[in-house]
Design a protein around this ligand. Sequence first.
Ligand code: AKG
Ligand code: FE2
Length: 89
Amino acid sequence: MDGSQGMGWHSDDEPEMLPFGAIASVSLGAERKFVFKHKKLNTKVELWLAPGSLLVMKGMTQRHWLHSLPKSKKIKEPRINLTFRTIVS
Ligand SMILES: O=C(O)CCC(=O)C(=O)O
Ligand SMILES: [Fe+2]
């Protein structure tokens, strides 16, 4: 997807996911901004996900933080994200 698409604020805390399991995210293609927002504190952390980068979210990250991938009209190149999660049944 290019910069016309993004992902709104959420936590990766679906019921089928292993609680507090690590989530690994590989970015390919266009560099995109990724933002964390604390659920209670007025704190944001912004980072750029470069192509080939690996982002690991683990432990209490999903409990305490939301994250989003903001849209950007400036970004015309496509990006692919591969996210690895542990699913429990
Ligand atoms: O595209 C990304 O880097 C993040 C995607 C994401 O947050 C998700 O799939 O839950
Ligand atoms: Fe997510």
